[in-house]
Structures are given as structure tokens and as C-alpha cells.
Design a protein around this ligand. Structure first.
Ligand code: HAM
Length: 369
């Protein structure tokens, strides 16, 4: 499946896949990515017969035998989404918008969206032939990988990262100048739809991506905090993938995968200590009846999405010190007086301000999320 989906000649399949024999002699491969698997599930489960575009997601570990370095691991995690069942360029923009909105929601800053089109089975062969022609002259002065790729997979030469090769690569023909009219119009419409949505992007004509199933739109999100392995998200359209896997159906789609390990690194770099979610409420019960009450209060608030911890049995002063160390926004004191009057003491840990509050009011105040 991976050889047919991702591509026989890709680095992933030729060099990076963990394939081994199982005890019964069958061949097992640890998944290097999930788009081909999602497409196979789509085909097998006949999701094409369901109404509308099918929107699927996955979270989990992937495995590639790469040379480990900062941000590049042999087991890493992806958050991915695929939208299958439409060729519409506005779906491309919608899927990209989802990534951008997700980053906005988690307050990630400093990322950049790069887009390109790699054409289709109609226009790409002519471009590759042209590229091959140019590379026949230039490849001998390029890096060893490029010399090999010039023969096996000339498109991949375009995203070689070796600095000495860059002047040569700059001089190579650009794929967006060789798109057929349909792919050209599709790419124009994707850019228009992104602009209409207010999404900033840059066209990067060298962005070809390392998987063979891509067709038309490809995109990456890069982040400055990541260093050499700066791709945080990779994605694109794969309108011919179903056919490559041997299906009789046409299932055009587009999706992306976020590298979760790299996302965490980017967040740490840009947000520092603010990254970890802070405890909202630390309950300090004094005495056995208060401890029992605290359990109920904590349960009610947790059901409303509030993060709550209960102090271990002990003294008030100790517990307040712990509330501080944990970085809690509020402490709730349930002492004898509070239990008798039915009004707890809620202390704002940042300002020191204290108010009396009933159980019902507390839910109102903190439970709004
Ligand atoms: P990919 O570009 O191979 O695309 O991987 C997507 C993201 O996974 C990368 O941008 C990076 O953040 C992360 N990643 C890849 N390899 C490693 C590694 N060795 N260590 C840490 N992070 C890594 C795909 O996998 C496609 N399936 C994306 C896609 C979905 N295209 C269409 N739908």
C-alpha cells in the first residue's frame, strides 16, 4: 500500500520504512504516514457512497528510519485530517483555513504558510521531461542525492536543501509556468479563496513535497523556531491516490498532517512558560466534613470543564503555599466557618482578593470556561 500510495521511488519507501517479517512469515510495515491508509479505509468502507465530502482525522505515532536530529525522530506523532470527495478549490482553502484556525486557537505565533501546485498527470510529465533535460547539463555539479534524483525522481531535486545547489536550482524551470489550463485555473482559484478568507500565504514554486500522490495543490507551514527541520505541517491534494491503490472509484481529496512533536517545540519557543495549562482552582478543605464536601464541589466543577485539585489533609498555610507553587488561579477555602455559613472563601491568587461565595455562585463564576 505504501509503495503504491506514497511512491516506489520516494525516500520514505526506499530508505525509511520499517518493514520486517512477522513470526508467521507475513510482511509487516510500521506506518510511515497515514494518508494512504485513510484512502484505503475510504475505499474499503465505500465512504464514497455517503453524502457530501468525507472529513476524517487521525492522531498517533508514525515511523520513519531517518537520521535522528532536533525535530526529526524515528517515532513521531502526527495530527492529520483528510477531506475526500471533491475537487473544488474552495475545499483546499477550507482545509488550510482549519490548520490556521487551529494555530490561532492555541495561540501559536510566527508560522508561515507556503503553497504551490504540482500539476496533474496531464501537465507534469512534460514539465518533468523539461526538468530532466536541464538536469542532464547541471546535475554533475550537484550533490550526490541530486545526481541520483535527476535520474529517478527529478522533481525532488527542486526541494534539495544543500546550500551549494541552490544557485543551480534557482535556474531550473518552475512548475507553475508549465501547468495545464485546468490546473492553472484550479491554482488561481485556491489562491483567491485563501485571500478571500484573509489567510496570508506565499507561493513557493519549489515546494514539491516528498510523497508521490500529490496532485495540484501542495502546502507546508514552516516555523522559525524549528531550525533545519522547519516544516511543521505538510499537506496537499491527492486526486489520483484511490486509482493508484487499485480502486475503481475516483476519490479526489486534500489533507494535511501536523507534526505534533514540532508543534510542541514551536509552542515552547514562542510561549515559553505560558505553554502549560494552569490549574484553575485549588480547594483547601479543613476537617473531615469539609473534605467530603470538597469532593462534590470538585466533581461539579470538573463536569463543567474547570481544572480542580484538592489539597491533601493538613494545615491552611501549607496548602496555600502549595496553591502558589502549582500556579493555581484561585484557591477555595472550606473551613469550619465556611461550612457553617454555606459561604466558601474564594481567593484570587494573583491579587490576593478574597470573596465569600456559595456553591451555586462558584459554578456560575468558574464554570463559564
Ligand atoms: P509529511 O510532510 O511527510 O506529510 O509529514 C507531515 C509532518 O510530519 C511534517 O511537516 C513534520 O512536521 C512531521 N514529521 C515528518 N517526519 C518527521 C520526523 N521524522 N520527525 C518528526 N516529525 C516529522 C505526510 O505525512 C502526509 N501524510 C501529509 C498529508 C496528509 N498530505 C495529505 N494529507
Amino acid at each position: 500500500m505504501f509503495a503504491r500510495g506514497v511512491g516506489e521511488e520516494t525516500d520514505i519507501v526506499t530508505k525509511e520504512m520499517y518493514t520486517f517479517e512477522d513470526r508467521d512469515g507475513s510482511s509487516l510495515t510500521l506506518r510511515p504516514e497515514a494518508t494512504a491508509s485513510v484512502m484505503r479505509a475510504y475505499i474499503e468502507q465505500r465512504l464514497d457512497q455517503r453524502p457530501g465530502v468525507q472529513k476524517l482525522y487521525y492522531l498517533g505515532p508514525m515511523f520513519r528510519r531517518e537520521r535522528p536530529q532536533k525535530g526529526r525522530y524515528r517515532q513521531f506523532f502526527q495530527i492529520g485530517a483528510e477531506a475526500i470527495g471533491s475537487e473544488s478549490p474552495s475545499l483546499d482553502a477550507e482545509v488550510i483555513e482549519m490548520v490556521v484556525e487551529f494555530f490561532r486557537a492555541i495561540r501559536l505565533e510566527g508560522f508561515q504558510l507556503l503553497v504551490n501546485s504540482v500539476g496533474c498527470a496531464k501537465c507534469r510529465p512534460a514539465f518533468i521531461a523539461k526538468l530532466r533535460e536541464e538536469l542532464a547539463k547541471a546535475a554533475s555539479s550537484m550533490c550526490a542525492d541530486c545526481q541520483r534524483r535527476a535520474g529517478t525522481n527529478p522533481l525532488r531535486v527542486l526541494d534539495c536543501k544543500v546550500p551549494e545547489d541552490q544557485p543551480i536550482i534557482e535556474g531550473l524551470p518552475s512548475i507553475v509556468d508549465h501547468l495545464c489550463p485546468e490546473c492553472g485555473a484550479h491554482f488561481d482559484a485556491v489562491r483567491e479563496s485563501l485571500a478571500e478568507r484573509g489567510i496570508e500565504f506565499e507561493v513557493r514554486t519549489r515546494l514539491v513535497r516528498g510523497l508521490d500522490y500529490y496532485m495540484r495543490t501542495t502546502f507546508e507551514v514552516v516555523h522559525g523556531a524549528l531550525g533545519a527541520q522547519n516544516a511543521l505541517v505538510g499537506g496537499g491534494r491527492y486526486d489520483g491516490l484511490a486509482e493508484s491503490l487499485g480502486a475503481k472509484i475516483h476519490a479526489p481529496g486534500i489533507g494535511f498532517s501536523i507534526g505534533e512533536d514540532r508543534l510542541v517545540m514551536s509552542l515552547e519557543e514562542t510561549r515559553g512558560g505560558e505553554f502549560a495549562a494552569r490549574l484553575q482552582l485549588f480547594i483547601v478543605p479543613l476537617g473531615a466534613p469539609a473534605s467530603r464536601e470538597a469532593v462534590g464541589v470538585a466533581r461539579e466543577l470538573r463536569r463543567r470543564g474547570v481544572s480542580v485539585e484538592i489539597a491533601p489533609e493538613g494545615r491552611l498555610k501549607r496548602a496555600m503555599e502549595l496553591a502558589n507553587k502549582l500556579g493555581a488561579h484561585y484557591a477555595l477555602i472550606l473551613g469550619e466557618d465556611e461550612m457553617a455559613s454555606g459561604r466558601y472563601t474564594l481567593k484570587n491568587m494573583a491579587t490576593g482578593e478574597q470573596v465569600g461565595i456559595t456553591r451555586g455562585e462558584l459554578q456560575e463564576r468558574l464554570g463559564r470556561g
